[in-house]
Ligand binder design. Structure first.
Ligand code: GLU
Length: 313
């Protein structure tokens, strides 16, 4: 089922940052973007930007995200790619899996899945396989009821191991992941695998909240005959309660920080400082970057006490 990367006109391997345009980037997102840039540039890779816009699009968000990344001095190679412009690629991958007998229609509602017991050999919360072995007659009945069908992967493993530069070997659950949602939109796990391979991305640096999804994605890549990228899942930024940083935590976006009088250079220096590094520009930070020395713990911030314009902490 191997597919040749067709977007990768430039054979230089690439890293990437792939935000969802659901709102403005906050300090946690900006820090992950900086890290993805540092990992890519320090290893001679191209750095690509992809907008994961199959879901949760807020008007104007992607333009502001790109402007904020540029204001911090992050640069990227080639045009920005949008997932919404790549639907035929995802369809082609789904067709290959279907032709190989690797998919099935699922009519379950979210509620039914929550109420069903977890699959006997599966991880907690994994899809229990309700629709996996329905007869054709049962499928016809469900369709006649007007149930919208999602398309799921017929996985033949329950776990898969990936290697992560910061976490080492990570073994995690694989279930019959959704490939196409009931509304016809390709699912994130499928799209990300197709995109990374076709764009020549062999280095995935992203927040460690996505580490648990990675075994599924690597397994899916393997089934599609695509290379599995190198992974580095970086610690998140948390608020003082230990919860993932969010807009409601205060002045967390670049626009918020600018309104307080911070310059983009100061914000970059703040992000660099949180990584044990220094510099007002990405290239100054790059000169000191060593992934082996990165803090392994989340960065806990209290946005309203950060970098006041007077310079007093
Ligand atoms: N678009 C995803 C997010 O913003 C990240 C996807 C990825 O890095 O694989 O959470």
């Amino acid at each position: 089922m191997a597919a040749v990367p067709d977007d990768a006109a430039d054979p230089t391997p690439a890293g990437r940052y792939a935000p969802s345009p659901s709102g403005d980037l906050h300090l946690g997102n900006l820090r992950t973007a900086l890290l993805a840039w540092l990992f890519a540039r320090s290893t001679g890779r191209r750095f690509l930007l992809r907008i994961d816009d199959l879901d949760r699009v807020r008007p104007g968000a992607q333009e502001r995200q790109l402007a904020d990344l540029a204001a911090l001095g992050l640069d990227w190679d080639g045009p920005v790619v949008r997932q919404s412009g790549r639907l035929p690629r995802y369809d082609a991958a789904i067709e290959r899996l279907t032709a190989a007998g690797r998919t099935y229609e699922c009519y379950c509602t979210r509620r039914e899945i929550q109420q069903a017991a977890t699959a006997p050999h599966g991880p907690m919360g994994a899809y229990p396989g309700t629709c996996r072995d329905l007869t054709e007659a049962a499928r016809a009945r469900k369709r006649a009821e007007g149930r919208p069908a999602a398309l799921r992967l017929r996985a033949d493993v329950h776990e898969f191991t990936v290697h992560d530069q910061l976490h080492g070997d990570y073994r995690g659950p694989v279930d019959d992941v959704v490939l196409r949602r009931g509304d016809g939109i390709p699912a994130y796990n499928l799209a990300v695998v197709v995109d990374d391979a076709e764009q020549g991305v062999d280095q995935v640096v992203r927040g460690d909240d996505l580490l648990p999804s990675t075994p599924r994605q690597a397994y899916l890549a393997t089934l599609l005959g695509l290379p599995v990228p190198h992974y580095a899942h970086v610690p998140l930024v948390l608020n003082e309660e230990g919860k993932r940083l969010a807009k409601r935590d205060g002045a967390v976006t670049l626009a918020d920080r600018r309104a307080l009088g911070n310059t983009p250079e100061q914000v970059l220096a703040l992000l660099a400082g949180s990584l044990g590094l220094a510099g007002n520009t990405p290239s100054q930070v790059l000169a000191r970057f060593d992934p082996a020395l990165l803090p392994g713990q989340p960065w806990i911030v209290s946005p309203d006490r950060l970098l006041q314009p007077s310079g007093c902490p």
